[in-house]
Design a protein around this ligand. Structure first.
Ligand code: SAH
Ligand code: SF4
Ligand code: F3S
Length: 482
């Protein structure tokens, strides 16, 4: 899954006199894990603070996906180390993928780290903290084949009260040769569908209107009740399409999204299920990585260019209105100019709605690091990345222009980041739509329109767009003006 971002988590916990400060880096799954950690820490009496100075415990939930992700974390650790000189009682913990990758090395190298906890060990935090408070350093980086944190109710951090992430599986059993995730997150395991349903229902009851189901490869979601629960008979297998239909049934007004789909695993059954339910949002994140079959083989992606294009064709056939987004790596080991041109040509065939694009960064211990030299020079990686980005910009602009002059059902998330005169929300295709707040007021006054506030749906006619945003007006207000 992609959507790499970093941020400080804003707290919404009751007042307390012990404070946790958390920063999260990497993918949405890491942010979702931070909400599990906040929940475990809340049980220990810790509130969440946004002020580093106020913190008794500082935790940094880390990402190892590319070298620069780790560099960012190292810089933050230096900063925390400087703070700790003034406040020696402050506990510093490293969580997540970098903790898992570097293990004890973090304690040895970053002298003032007290705590190192891998992604499957968060339930052990109470014991580990006790150990640290007793004057020792503490580490737990054991990976598990079962842990899904199914029974922990996450504390929603930095939430807009409208959209939430729900983890449905952990780990990854694919062995893409460039990728560190199987090493940092361990074996793939799916979470009990009933606990997923329960969590989503509770979110719905609390007023949330959109859930995003998260996993590294959601299409390989697979659940079979453990033996013993079904009195002798083999229980039926519950697959991703079943899970989508199950969660969609909570309410037609609950939007359901998911990420990330894998081209080798996404089935027509999933696409047909999406077609049957309006509230299954019409956006598929389908990372292609490269347009060259030769490169895809070396990447160990287990599909080739024709296979990927066939899957795109199936999406277009079954879900003609569906946006497709992707991830692309340039400059992977042995990538020639011709391979690169194949990536550009595949982009032109698909015309992705948007993409995350990266220069290959060798990760220690991965298959590629052991097997293939990282032989594309930095300047060439940079140039290829710029070409891929420029082409994607053009496609994003065109795709967004296609959204103009149409009416979009927008789930209002809140005020626009750019101006508090404007409101924003997303359409089903996950595109941000901005519209003037005065429309909302006027629509309310003139037509007695339904409650237009965060969490409500509004129809917006899109008049203009940029590569990242659609801009429009509330339909009722368009009508009033006419
Ligand atoms: N599970 C998702 C990917 C998760 S990582 C999937 O299979 O698509 C998010 C993205 O980071 C990947 O899709 C890939 O494009 C990029 N990425 C992963 N490892 C990388 C590396 N070593 N160098 C550069 N980009 C990388
Ligand atoms: Fe990494 Fe591949 Fe798993 Fe995605 S599917 S997390 S890229 S190994
Ligand atoms: Fe996510 Fe980064 Fe780990 S992308 S799974 S936090 S290596």
């Amino acid at each position: 899954m992609s959507g790499q971002f970093s941020g400080i988590l804003k707290g919404n916990l009751p007042p307390t006199d012990k404070f946790l400060y958390m920063e999260s880096y990497g993918c949405q799954m890491n942010f979702s894990d931070s909400e599990i950690v906040a929940s475990v820490m809340a049980d220990l009496g810790y509130g969440v603070t946004e002020e580093l100075e106020q913190a008794d415990v500082v935790m940094i939930n880390t990402c190892s996906i590319r070298e620069n992700a780790e560099q960012k974390v190292r810089a933050r650790l230096q900063h925390f180390r400087a703070m700790k000189r003034h406040k020696p009682t402050m506990i510093i913990g490293v969580l997540g993928c970098m903790a898992e990758r570097l293990k004890n090395k973090l304690l040895e190298q970053e002298q003032l780290v007290d705590l190192v906890v891998g992604p499957d060990a968060y339930k052990d935090l109470p014991g580990l903290l006790e150990q640290v408070q007793g004057g020792q350093q503490a580490v737990n980086v054991l990976l598990s084949r079962e842990e899904t944190y199914a029974e922990i109710a996450p504390v929603r951090l930095g939430s807009n009260g409208v959209t939430a992430f729900v983890t449905i599986m952990r780990g990854c059993d694919n062995m893409c040769s460039f990728c560190v995730v199987p090493f940092t997150r361990g074996r793939e395991r799916s979470r009990d569908p009933h606990s997923i349903y329960q969590e989503c229902r509770e979110l719905w009851a609390q007023g949330y209107k959109e859930v995003t189901l998260l996993g590294q490869n959601v299409d390989s979601y697979r659940w079979q009740a453990p033996a013993g629960e079904t009195k002798g008979e083999e229980s039926p297998t519950f697959l991703f399409a079943d899970l989508l239909a199950y969660i969609a049934s909570i309410s037609p007004d609950l939007r359901v999204r998911f990420s990330t789909s894998h081209p080798k695993d996404i089935t027509d059954e999933v696409l047909h299920t999406m077609a049957r339910h309006d509230n299954l949002c019409k956006n598929i994140h389908l990372p292609v990585q490269s347009g060259s079959s030769k490169v895809l083989t070396r990447m160990n992606r287990t599909y080739d260019r024709p296979w990927y294009l066939e899957r795109v064709e199936a999406i277009r056939r079954i879900l003609p209105d569906c946006a497709i987004t992707t991830d692309i790596i340039v400059g992977f080991c042995g990538e020639t100019e011709e391979d690169h041109r194949e990536t550009l040509s595949l982009m032109k065939l698909v015309r992705f709605d948007s993409a995350y694009m990266f220069a290959y960064s060798e990760r220690p211990g991965t298959l590629a690091a052991r097997k293939y030299p990282d032989d594309v020079p930095e300047e060439i990686k940079k140039r290829r990345l710029a070409e891929v980005m420029a082409l994607q910009d053009q496609h994003s602009v065109e795709r967004n222009q296609e959204e103009e002059c149409k009416v979009h059902s927008v789930l209002i998330e809140g005020k626009s980041k750019r101006s508090d005169q404007d409101w924003c929300g997303r359409n089903s295709r996950n595109k941000m739509v901005v519209f003037p707040g005065k429309d909302v007021e006027l629509a309310r006054d003139f037509i007695g329109a339904k409650d237009l506030s965060p969490g409500s749906y509004v129809d917006v006619t899109v008049h203009r767009s940029t590569k990242a945003t659609l801009m429009g007006q509330v339909v009722e207000f368009d009508a009033v003006q006419a």
